[in-house]
Design a protein around this ligand. Sequence first.
Ligand code: HEC
Length: 172
Amino acid sequence: MASLMSSLKRSLTRLLILLPVLVGLSISSPAQAGQWDAETRTVPSNPGGNSVTFSDQEITSGRKIFNNTCGTCHAGGITKTNYNVGLDPEALSLATPPRNNVDALVDYMKDPTSYDGEFSIADVHPSTSNSDLYVQMRDLDDEDLRLIAGYILVAPKIQGVQWGGGKIYFGT
Ligand code: HEC
């Protein structure tokens, strides 16, 4: 009887050690599907104040295309060679014209301009109009550009200051 008790106790102890691990696993892994609510996926679509709600699927695709196409310079929403012109909502909203909406971002990917909007930077920034120079832009259609823009605008709502955190960590 005593040995039965002690072996019971031992298996109970094992279970108690395992339990948090199992619970931890079930909380952290299947968070992929349906992870963002509609409010998070809703962003300005144009300067006129209209908005658009992307689907989870669209945001996931947008993130993938963004990481593949823009990630070398803009991973995490910063701009590696110019921390002042990040992809955070503040930097985008203070550009001329403001770039914190889908249409303006799509426009930028077709014909990028300087931060003050004064001149074209299509010779130095990837765009669909210079895909001979930047081959990664060659296979992107309008829908891809729209998904990238959606991701850029939704990402700070998901990641907070970590998106484009350069402003905080690197100063101006
Ligand atoms: C080779 C590096 C590089 C790649 C690749 C790149 N960018 Fe940029 N991006 C920059 C630089 C540098 C700037 C700052 C330009 C300036 O001085 O105005 C910038 C600026 C921007 C801005 C303006 C940000 C603001 O606050 O006004 C947007 C939007 C942008 N990039 C989007 C993209 C997107 C979308 C892609 C992928 C399709 C991309 N970039 C790929 C280097 C890059």
